[in-house]
Design a protein around this ligand. Structure first.
Ligand code: ZN
Length: 192
């Protein structure tokens, strides 16, 4: 049984999350990159109003009391908001090879089957880009260092975050947002 690191349990708009990131101080632990996930279960269709505070507290019980993990992913992004789960300044549990190295961002949905570029999936997509960009800026991370969970050689989640999530297109959107919102803070390098 591990010591549970706790959760923040607060939700942000993209603009609010950007401000929040700039107030964080990574003193004890500093992530080297970001890992992108989809929840798979629940699907987006199974959460018609996105994730509520009760859903977030249910996820805390799941990771803490059933999985007996020390933490979970850092963010849950849905079509309405960005939820901060595990504090961004401590390591989480989300990807076996990379827990000590990386932030984990979960997108609500199953993007093997659900659309990522239309409907509610497009809103999750936009909010995920809006989460990755300020974290990259605040940490000085080159966006191209971001990895998909399925790139972890030790994971059993071989499709996460889903085939509809194109990495190159996603990174271009992150860099475009960085250029607009964080000009001068972060060098935008074109993604090959
Ligand atoms: Zn994953």
């Amino acid at each position: 049984m591990s010591f549970w690191k706790g959760i923040i349990g607060a939700s942000f708009t993209p603009a609010g999350f950007d401000q929040y990131c700039h107030l964080l101080h990574w003193l004890a632990w500093r992530p080297s990159f970001i890992v992108l996930h989809n929840t798979s279960v629940p699907t987006l269709a199974a959460r018609p109003k996105g994730l509520t505070k009760d859903h977030i507290l249910g996820l805390e019980r799941y990771y803490r009391d059933e999985q007996h993990w020390s933490a979970g992913p850092h963010l849950f992004v849905d079509d309405r908001q960005i939820w901060v789960f595990t504090p961004l300044t401590v390591s989480g549990v989300h990807s076996p090879s990379w827990n000590k190295l990386a932030l984990g961002i979960e997108m609500l949905g199953e993007y093997q089957t659900e659309p990522f570029n239309s409907g509610r999936g497009a809103q999750v997509h936009a909010n995920a880009v809006a989460a990755v960009a300020p974290l990259s800026a605040a940490l000085g991370l080159e966006p191209a260092t971001m990895r998909m969970h399925k790139e972890d050689p030790l994971t059993s989640h071989k499709s996460c975050p889903g085939k509809h999530v194109g990495k190159a297109a996603f990174l271009k959107e992150v860099q475009a947002l960085l250029a607009v919102r964080h000009g001068g803070e972060h060098l935008a390098v074109p993604v090959a």
